[in-house]
Design a protein around this ligand. Structure first.
Ligand SMILES: Cc1cc2nc3c(=O)[nH]c(=O)nc-3n(C[C@H](O)[C@H](O)[C@H](O)COP(=O)(O)OP(=O)(O)OC[C@H]3O[C@@H](n4cnc5c(N)ncnc54)[C@H](O)[C@@H]3O)c2cc1C
Ligand code: SF4
Length: 491
């Protein structure tokens, strides 16, 4: 049997053909020199890789080197690798003397997706249709050929604002791992590299909170299913200042490190429904995220091709301001944005809605360059990888793919944030105001965005209503002038 080369996002047992297979692990320093990652992300990836090397013991050759190629070329036996997760890495393995196997770690393979896409006869590649066929193919949450409970989509039950008057969801926090000697060694190394000026990071160092080993990932999964999954659905789209985790699973990092297989995760969730531990709406909402969204995003990345990165349908060309790239949350007054940016700075993670409706929405409104923003998300989030960032940022959040991922731009004013969070009450801006010193930057920014892009969005029937609203706005010139003046200053 060949020696299996495992990238740092292929660390689970499903990347091996046999539990006794010999393994090659390479820790490349050059990766950190090329990009300025969040300190917590660098810590997590190195910790996960070194923990895996320690677990495998004599079965693993663990090489710490500048780049991958010399370590792979030096291997004395045949080497195989599961197709890695980015265009750059696939090009690298294609140039090396290794056998490249199909990718693993997803519920729908690239061939399967290509067959499904071809069968659509040119129709839109809708997430909803993709998700339904995946549920059927895997017989997940199905009862005799019909969706459990009679409905495929329970989103309507899962879009509630936060509970009135509550500052937290009152759900148990996720299970947190404890750092060990390997983490201490990682921290010493990162401190030394940074002190020598060799690499630099963004964000704050923090105790490692994301699972870095399979045992830890299983603990997070089990505790989520037993204590938190039941509450996942109803407030999935809500934000609470004092409750960053709410009922989210915090499984994206271990899933993307390859520590868990998505199918084992959804089977556990389905079992919780069948055993009466969690209601259908929460379980369906969660399964939809994993074998729906996660797999859809993965497959869209390969389906569209490397040119996705350069898409810029709304011609957004402004550079990201330094306060944003440096995660300088203290420079920001807007309560929603300061809190979310502080979350990124302090832990390299916020949940889906702050990513989409606070960070992404702000960038969209201001016309920030989608490729630069993608790079920022990739570096600043512990779960960020090329495949997941391009469709989520270029596509879903910036509408730069012209509507492939989302039928309309995710642009929203302060009224949305006010409805879905408890931020606005304590903010010096007013979500209702679009001009004046206390004009909410999201409300004013929303109209500025529509005004700037009115010609480009004209043909989109889902934008007809908002564009009509724009026409009725008597003070649109004042709003546009005000937001232009505000420029790239922190709001
Ligand atoms: C602008 C933007 C950037 C994003 N960047 C990333 C990223 O770098 N890495 C990443 O894994 N997810 C990313 N997402 C998707 C999603 O926000 C995160 O997966 C989620 O917030 C992670 O927290 P969680 O594990 O608690 O997720 P939960 O809310 O518990 O969801 C369960 C799981 O579903 C999967 N999932 C849900 N939505 C998506 C999605 N749109 N794309 C891929 N997987 C999804 C994740 O694996 C997640 O762990 C991004 C979304 C947006 C809008
Ligand atoms: S008023 Fe505007 S800036 Fe302030 S928290 Fe609400 S949405 Fe954010």
């Amino acid at each position: 049997m060949s020696r299996r080369w495992l990238f740092a996002d292929q660390l689970g047992p499903h990347f091996l053909d046999d539990p006794d297979q010999s393994v090659l692990l390479v820790e490349s320093r050059a990766v950190f020199r090329r990009r300025r990652f969040h300190r917590a992300k660098a810590h997590l990836v190195l910790s996960a890789l070194r923990h895996r090397a320690a677990e495998l013991g004599d079965r693993a050759t663990f090489v710490q080197s500048e780049t991958y190629s010399p370590a792979v070329r030096a291997a004395s036996d045949d080497v195989s690798v599961c197709a890695p997760t980015s265009y750059a890495a696939r090009s690298l393995v294609g140039r090396l003397p290794v056998e490249v196997l199909p990718a693993r770690g997803f519920a729908t393979g690239e061939d399967e997706f290509a067959r499904w896409a071809a069968s659509r006869g040119g129709k839109r590649l809708l997430l909803e249709d993709f998700y339904r066929q995946a549920r059927q193919r895997h017989d997940l949450l199905m009862d005799g050929g019909e969706p459990a409970g009679g409905r495929w989509n329970l989103d309507k039950d899962n879009r509630e604002p936060p509970p009135r008057g509550a500052s937290t969801l009152n759900v148990a926090e996720p299970w947190w791992p404890a750092e060990d000697d390997i983490d201490a060694e990682v921290r010493r190394d990162l401190d030394a590299w940074e002190a020598s000026g060799e690499v630099s990071f963004v964000g704050h160092d923090c105790p490692r909170w994301a699972a870095a080993t399979r045992a830890e990932a299983l603990q997070v999964l089990e505790q989520f299913v037993a204590q938190r999954l039941a509450a996942f659905g109803p407030h999935e789209d809500a934000m609470l200042a004092a409750d960053p985790w709410m009922a989210h699973s915090v499984l994206s990092a271990p899933l993307n490190l390859g520590l868990l297989d998505p199918m084992e995760v959804v089977h556990r969730a389905e079992a919780a429904y069948r055993e009466g531990v969690a209601p259908l709406a929460s379980v369906e909402g969660f399964v939809r995220q994993i074998i729906g969204w996660r797999d859809y995003v993965w497959n869209i990345y390969w389906h569209v091709g490397p040119g996705y990165r350069r898409r810029n349908a709304l011609a957004a060309r402004r550079s990201l301001p330094t306060w944003f790239t440096e995660l300088d949350a203290d420079a920001v007054q807007a309560r929603c944005l300061t809190d979310v940016l502080a979350g990124v700075r302090d832990r390299g993670w916020v949940h889906h809605i702050p990513r989409l409706m606070v960070l992404g929405n702000y960038a969209l409104q201001r016309g920030w360059d989608p490729a630069e923003l993608t790079d920022w998300f990739h570096r600043s989030f512990v779960d960020g990888y090329d495949w997941v960032m391009l469709p989520n940022v270029v596509g879903m959040s910036q509408h730069a793919d012209g509507g492939l991922m989302a039928t309309k731009p995710y642009a929203a004013g302060g009224a949305y944030i006010n409805r879905m969070s408890d931020y606005c009450g304590g903010c010096s801006y007013s979500p209702k105001k679009r001009t004046g010193d206390d004009a909410c930057p999201y409300t004013a920014g929303y109209w500025w965005f529509l005004h700037r892009n009115r010609d480009r969005l004209e043909g989109n029937h889902r934008m007809a209503q908002p564009l009509k609203g724009l026409q009725r706005l008597s003070d649109v010139d004042d709003v546009v002038a005000q937001e232009r003046d505000r420029g790239s200053a922190p709001p």
